[in-house]
Design a protein around this ligand. Structure first.
Ligand code: 13P
Length: 241
Protein backbone atom coordinates (compact mmCIF):
# COMPACT_ATOMS: atom_id res chain seq x y z
CA UNK A 1 0.00 0.00 0.00
CA UNK A 2 1.54 3.28 -1.12
CA UNK A 3 1.40 6.19 1.34
CA UNK A 4 0.01 9.58 0.30
CA UNK A 5 2.71 12.25 0.06
CA UNK A 6 1.74 15.92 0.04
CA UNK A 7 4.50 18.49 -0.44
CA UNK A 8 4.19 22.27 -0.51
CA UNK A 9 6.39 24.22 -2.93
CA UNK A 10 6.70 27.84 -1.89
CA UNK A 11 8.73 28.78 -5.00
CA UNK A 12 10.20 32.31 -4.52
CA UNK A 13 7.77 33.30 -1.76
CA UNK A 14 8.56 33.40 1.95
CA UNK A 15 5.29 33.49 3.90
CA UNK A 16 5.37 33.71 7.70
CA UNK A 17 3.33 30.47 7.97
CA UNK A 18 1.54 31.78 11.04
CA UNK A 19 -1.01 29.95 13.17
CA UNK A 20 -1.69 26.41 14.31
CA UNK A 21 -0.41 23.51 12.26
CA UNK A 22 -3.06 20.77 12.53
CA UNK A 23 -2.04 17.14 12.99
CA UNK A 24 -2.32 14.59 10.18
CA UNK A 25 -2.62 10.81 9.90
CA UNK A 26 0.55 8.76 10.36
CA UNK A 27 0.08 7.00 7.04
CA UNK A 28 0.77 10.25 5.19
CA UNK A 29 4.07 11.91 4.34
CA UNK A 30 4.01 15.71 4.47
CA UNK A 31 6.78 18.12 3.48
CA UNK A 32 7.29 21.79 2.74
CA UNK A 33 9.85 23.26 0.32
CA UNK A 34 10.64 26.88 1.23
CA UNK A 35 13.34 28.94 -0.53
CA UNK A 36 16.93 28.10 0.57
CA UNK A 37 17.11 31.15 2.87
CA UNK A 38 14.06 29.95 4.83
CA UNK A 39 15.19 26.34 5.38
CA UNK A 40 16.78 27.06 8.72
CA UNK A 41 13.82 29.02 10.11
CA UNK A 42 11.36 26.43 8.82
CA UNK A 43 13.26 23.52 10.35
CA UNK A 44 12.64 25.20 13.74
CA UNK A 45 9.02 26.05 12.89
CA UNK A 46 8.27 22.46 11.81
CA UNK A 47 9.75 20.80 14.91
CA UNK A 48 7.24 18.44 16.51
CA UNK A 49 4.76 18.69 13.60
CA UNK A 50 5.98 15.62 11.68
CA UNK A 51 6.29 17.79 8.55
CA UNK A 52 9.56 17.18 6.71
CA UNK A 53 11.79 19.77 5.14
CA UNK A 54 12.27 19.85 1.37
CA UNK A 55 14.44 22.01 -0.90
CA UNK A 56 13.49 23.35 -4.33
CA UNK A 57 16.81 22.78 -6.08
CA UNK A 58 20.38 21.54 -5.61
CA UNK A 59 23.62 21.55 -7.59
CA UNK A 60 25.16 18.23 -8.62
CA UNK A 61 28.77 18.98 -7.59
CA UNK A 62 30.12 18.31 -4.09
CA UNK A 63 31.65 21.77 -3.68
CA UNK A 64 33.82 24.22 -5.59
CA UNK A 65 33.76 27.52 -7.46
CA UNK A 66 30.07 27.50 -8.44
CA UNK A 67 28.83 30.91 -7.40
CA UNK A 68 25.25 30.92 -6.24
CA UNK A 69 24.84 27.16 -6.02
CA UNK A 70 23.99 24.93 -3.03
CA UNK A 71 25.23 21.36 -2.56
CA UNK A 72 23.39 18.25 -1.39
CA UNK A 73 25.67 18.09 1.66
CA UNK A 74 24.66 21.64 2.63
CA UNK A 75 21.00 20.64 2.36
CA UNK A 76 21.61 17.51 4.43
CA UNK A 77 23.25 19.59 7.15
CA UNK A 78 20.08 21.70 7.34
CA UNK A 79 17.93 18.62 7.86
CA UNK A 80 16.48 18.44 4.35
CA UNK A 81 14.80 15.10 3.51
CA UNK A 82 13.44 15.79 -0.01
CA UNK A 83 14.51 17.95 -2.93
CA UNK A 84 12.46 18.96 -5.97
CA UNK A 85 14.33 18.29 -9.22
CA UNK A 86 13.46 19.45 -12.74
CA UNK A 87 10.46 21.62 -11.92
CA UNK A 88 9.07 23.04 -15.16
CA UNK A 89 10.02 26.53 -13.99
CA UNK A 90 13.64 25.40 -13.69
CA UNK A 91 13.55 23.58 -17.00
CA UNK A 92 11.87 26.54 -18.71
CA UNK A 93 13.60 29.59 -17.16
CA UNK A 94 16.96 28.10 -16.21
CA UNK A 95 17.56 25.58 -18.97
CA UNK A 96 17.63 22.50 -16.72
CA UNK A 97 17.85 19.31 -18.82
CA UNK A 98 17.05 15.64 -18.18
CA UNK A 99 20.82 15.04 -17.86
CA UNK A 100 21.07 17.73 -15.15
CA UNK A 101 18.10 16.13 -13.37
CA UNK A 102 19.75 12.70 -13.36
CA UNK A 103 23.02 14.11 -11.97
CA UNK A 104 21.13 15.94 -9.23
CA UNK A 105 19.09 12.83 -8.33
CA UNK A 106 22.30 10.78 -8.06
CA UNK A 107 24.04 13.39 -5.92
CA UNK A 108 21.04 13.72 -3.60
CA UNK A 109 20.99 9.93 -3.14
CA UNK A 110 24.61 10.02 -1.94
CA UNK A 111 23.39 12.16 0.94
CA UNK A 112 20.19 10.23 1.61
CA UNK A 113 17.91 12.96 0.24
CA UNK A 114 14.96 11.77 -1.84
CA UNK A 115 14.39 13.51 -5.16
CA UNK A 116 10.95 14.67 -6.29
CA UNK A 117 11.34 14.51 -10.06
CA UNK A 118 8.91 16.81 -11.88
CA UNK A 119 7.67 15.99 -15.36
CA UNK A 120 4.85 17.48 -17.44
CA UNK A 121 3.85 18.81 -20.81
CA UNK A 122 3.01 22.29 -22.09
CA UNK A 123 -0.40 23.24 -23.45
CA UNK A 124 1.06 23.24 -26.95
CA UNK A 125 2.25 19.64 -26.55
CA UNK A 126 -1.13 18.53 -25.18
CA UNK A 127 -3.04 20.26 -27.97
CA UNK A 128 -0.81 18.50 -30.49
CA UNK A 129 -1.73 15.17 -28.85
CA UNK A 130 1.90 14.46 -27.90
CA UNK A 131 1.58 14.60 -24.11
CA UNK A 132 2.07 10.86 -23.42
CA UNK A 133 5.11 10.63 -25.64
CA UNK A 134 6.60 13.82 -24.18
CA UNK A 135 6.16 12.84 -20.52
CA UNK A 136 7.18 9.24 -21.26
CA UNK A 137 10.47 10.50 -22.71
CA UNK A 138 11.15 12.61 -19.60
CA UNK A 139 10.49 9.59 -17.39
CA UNK A 140 12.65 7.23 -19.49
CA UNK A 141 15.56 9.68 -19.47
CA UNK A 142 15.78 9.12 -15.71
CA UNK A 143 14.56 5.57 -15.11
CA UNK A 144 16.60 3.97 -17.88
CA UNK A 145 19.76 5.36 -16.29
CA UNK A 146 19.18 5.70 -12.56
CA UNK A 147 21.43 3.84 -10.10
CA UNK A 148 19.88 1.29 -7.71
CA UNK A 149 20.62 3.54 -4.72
CA UNK A 150 18.87 6.56 -6.25
CA UNK A 151 15.98 4.41 -7.47
CA UNK A 152 15.24 3.50 -3.85
CA UNK A 153 14.53 7.07 -2.96
CA UNK A 154 12.70 8.87 -5.76
CA UNK A 155 9.23 10.34 -6.10
CA UNK A 156 7.73 11.54 -9.39
CA UNK A 157 5.45 14.58 -9.69
CA UNK A 158 3.28 14.97 -12.78
CA UNK A 159 2.80 18.69 -13.23
CA UNK A 160 1.17 19.71 -16.52
CA UNK A 161 2.62 23.16 -17.22
CA UNK A 162 -0.78 24.47 -18.35
CA UNK A 163 -2.23 23.73 -14.88
CA UNK A 164 0.51 25.44 -12.83
CA UNK A 165 -0.56 28.71 -11.22
CA UNK A 166 -3.39 29.06 -13.73
CA UNK A 167 -6.30 27.89 -11.61
CA UNK A 168 -6.86 25.29 -14.37
CA UNK A 169 -6.54 21.89 -12.71
CA UNK A 170 -6.20 18.78 -14.85
CA UNK A 171 -9.38 16.75 -14.40
CA UNK A 172 -8.97 13.83 -12.02
CA UNK A 173 -9.28 11.51 -15.05
CA UNK A 174 -6.62 13.37 -17.06
CA UNK A 175 -4.26 13.34 -14.06
CA UNK A 176 -4.95 9.65 -13.35
CA UNK A 177 -4.35 8.63 -16.97
CA UNK A 178 -1.00 10.38 -17.10
CA UNK A 179 0.08 9.07 -13.68
CA UNK A 180 -0.82 5.54 -14.83
CA UNK A 181 1.20 6.14 -18.01
CA UNK A 182 4.17 7.31 -15.91
CA UNK A 183 3.91 4.15 -13.78
CA UNK A 184 3.73 1.95 -16.90
CA UNK A 185 6.79 3.72 -18.33
CA UNK A 186 8.71 3.17 -15.09
CA UNK A 187 7.62 -0.50 -15.18
CA UNK A 188 8.96 -0.85 -18.72
CA UNK A 189 12.34 0.49 -17.51
CA UNK A 190 12.61 -1.26 -14.15
CA UNK A 191 9.88 -3.86 -13.79
CA UNK A 192 6.36 -3.66 -12.41
CA UNK A 193 7.21 -4.68 -8.83
CA UNK A 194 9.45 -1.63 -8.57
CA UNK A 195 7.02 0.69 -10.40
CA UNK A 196 4.15 -0.34 -8.12
CA UNK A 197 6.06 1.07 -5.15
CA UNK A 198 6.98 4.46 -6.63
CA UNK A 199 4.99 7.43 -5.31
CA UNK A 200 3.57 9.61 -8.08
CA UNK A 201 2.18 13.02 -7.17
CA UNK A 202 0.00 15.37 -9.17
CA UNK A 203 0.70 19.12 -9.14
CA UNK A 204 -1.07 22.07 -10.75
CA UNK A 205 -3.69 24.23 -9.02
CA UNK A 206 -4.33 21.68 -6.25
CA UNK A 207 -6.52 23.26 -3.57
CA UNK A 208 -8.66 22.08 -0.64
CA UNK A 209 -11.73 21.87 -2.90
CA UNK A 210 -10.21 19.48 -5.46
CA UNK A 211 -7.71 17.50 -3.36
CA UNK A 212 -10.04 14.64 -2.41
CA UNK A 213 -11.03 13.89 -5.99
CA UNK A 214 -7.45 13.97 -7.31
CA UNK A 215 -5.97 12.04 -4.41
CA UNK A 216 -8.72 9.44 -4.62
CA UNK A 217 -7.45 8.25 -8.01
CA UNK A 218 -5.66 4.91 -8.15
CA UNK A 219 -2.28 6.07 -9.45
CA UNK A 220 -2.17 9.50 -7.76
CA UNK A 221 -0.23 9.09 -4.54
CA UNK A 222 -0.09 12.69 -3.46
CA UNK A 223 0.18 16.30 -4.47
CA UNK A 224 2.83 18.95 -5.11
CA UNK A 225 1.13 22.15 -4.05
CA UNK A 226 2.20 25.66 -5.02
CA UNK A 227 -0.08 28.62 -4.23
CA UNK A 228 -2.30 26.77 -1.76
CA UNK A 229 0.71 25.81 0.40
CA UNK A 230 1.63 29.39 1.32
CA UNK A 231 -0.70 29.38 4.27
CA UNK A 232 -0.70 26.48 6.78
CA UNK A 233 -4.52 26.32 7.06
CA UNK A 234 -5.15 25.72 3.36
CA UNK A 235 -2.13 23.44 3.01
CA UNK A 236 -3.22 21.30 5.94
CA UNK A 237 -6.79 21.21 4.58
CA UNK A 238 -5.26 19.57 1.49
CA UNK A 239 -3.20 17.19 3.64
CA UNK A 240 -6.33 16.23 5.60
CA UNK A 241 -8.53 16.17 2.48
P1 13P B 1 0.23 25.77 -8.16
O1 13P B 1 -0.33 24.84 -7.12
O2 13P B 1 0.36 27.19 -7.67
O3 13P B 1 -0.52 25.66 -9.45
O4 13P B 1 1.74 25.28 -8.44
C1 13P B 1 1.99 23.96 -8.73
C2 13P B 1 3.45 23.73 -8.71
O5 13P B 1 4.17 24.14 -9.60
C3 13P B 1 4.01 23.02 -7.55
O6 13P B 1 5.34 22.67 -7.79
Amino acid sequence: MRKKFICGNWKMFAPAWEGEIPAFAENKIVAVAPPFTELSRMSERLKGTGIKLAAQNVYFKDNGAYTGEISAEMLKNLGVSYCIVGHSERRGYFGETDEDCLKKIEKLAEYGIAAILCVGESLETREAGDEYKFVGTQVEAIFENISPAAAENIVVAYEPIWAIGTGKTASAEQAQEMCAHIRATIAACKGSDYADGVLIQYGGSVKPSNAAELLGMEDIDGALVGGASLEPASFMDIVNY
